[in-house]
Design a protein around this ligand. Structure first.
Ligand code: ZN
Length: 300
């Protein structure tokens, strides 16, 4: 029964991923993200204009069956199609599994009751956060820009998450208001979620604001600052600190590799949203484990 539920969640998520692909491919930096005119109209091959039939619109499967090519003109299709569909499915099926083990199994109070409505809202909000991060990553890779609408959406989702955690934190305790779990206490003297998330917002904004000001916009742009503000609010303090540290370490590696492979030179801009998002995701899934591993490395 449970397995069936997660399989259905994956299929639903893959279909959502299919829609996100439309959103990503039809986006232009000059227009708005949610443009009804551009989003309307049937899906077609971007090379020959062939309108896709029902069998060509099955997430992941169609791409695999057609060998990654258009059925009519034979032109190769972007790997982004199946990748975003798969990640959409993985988010819908995998994130609830992770969050259940993070929130529910750690709570004594939860075990006795059926899961309350607000818990589903919390999981739903996190699913949408991850979908927003996915769309941002794909759009920044293509256009070197992060649409304002997505950062705004993140802030709104942050409000939902903070509202729920602040209202029901007593059921999520101990140490489930931060993905660093008990290590939160080491870094943050504050425990009120409203306070920690506002400090996360201020931390993300000031760190990236200073970086962009010092580098005069080379390397990083205003969109990255807005993302750091929005994600700082969603993740809260001290999670955002670990997330940005991981992003800088990963960013360093990625830049060196791209320069060595001569894909980029030192002067080129590298889209930073995908690297930031990787830092966020690693913090959510492995935050406590990473801090724990770091301490054990120094036998603390
Ligand atoms: Zn075609």
């Amino acid at each position: 029964m449970t397995a069936l539920f997660y399989i259905l969640a994956f299929i639903f998520g893959a279909a959502i991923g299919s829609f996100l692909n439309v959103l990503i491919f039809r986006y232009t930096p000059q227009g708005r993200l949610f443009d009804g005119k551009r989003l309307g109209g049937r899906s077609h091959c971007p090379y020959c204009g062939h309108v896709l039939g029902a069998l060509e619109l099955v997430p992941i499967v169609s791409y695999l069956v057609q060998g990654g090519k258009c059925r009519i003109c034979g032109h190769g299709l972007s790997i982004q199609y199946p990748l975003v569909e798969f990640l959409g499915g993985a988010i819908f099926a995998g994130l609830p599994i992770f969050l259940n083990s993070f929130y529910v199994k750690s709570s004594v109070l939860f075990a006795a009751f059926a899961l309350p409505f607000w818990y589903y809202c919390l999981v739903g909000a996190w699913i949408v956060v991850f979908l927003v991060w996915l769309v941002m990553t794909a759009i920044d890779l293509r256009h070197y820009v992060i649409p304002n609408e997505l950062n705004l959406l993140l802030v709104l989702l942050g409000v939902v998450i903070v509202y729920i955690v602040a209202g029901h934190g007593d059921l999520l305790f101990p140490f489930r208001t931060s993905f660093l779990e008990q290590y939160e206490l080491l870094f943050s003297p504050w425990s009120n979620p409203v306070v920690t998330h506002l400090i996360g917002l201020a931390f993300g904004g000031s760190l990236f604001g200073i970086l962009v000001a010092v580098s005069r916009g080379r390397g990083m742009g205003l969109g990255d600052v807005k993302l750091a503000v929005a994600a700082g609010f969603v993740l809260g303090f001290p999670d955002i600190v670990l997330a940005t540290m991981l992003a800088f370490i990963l960013g360093g590696f990625v830049s060196v590799i791209l320069v060595l492979l001569r894909q980029k030179t030192m002067r080129d801009r590298i889209p930073f949203a995908p690297i930031l998002v990787l830092g966020f995701v690693l913090t959510v899934f492995f935050g406590a484990a990473i801090v724990n591993g770091y301490f054990r490395l120094f036998s603390l």
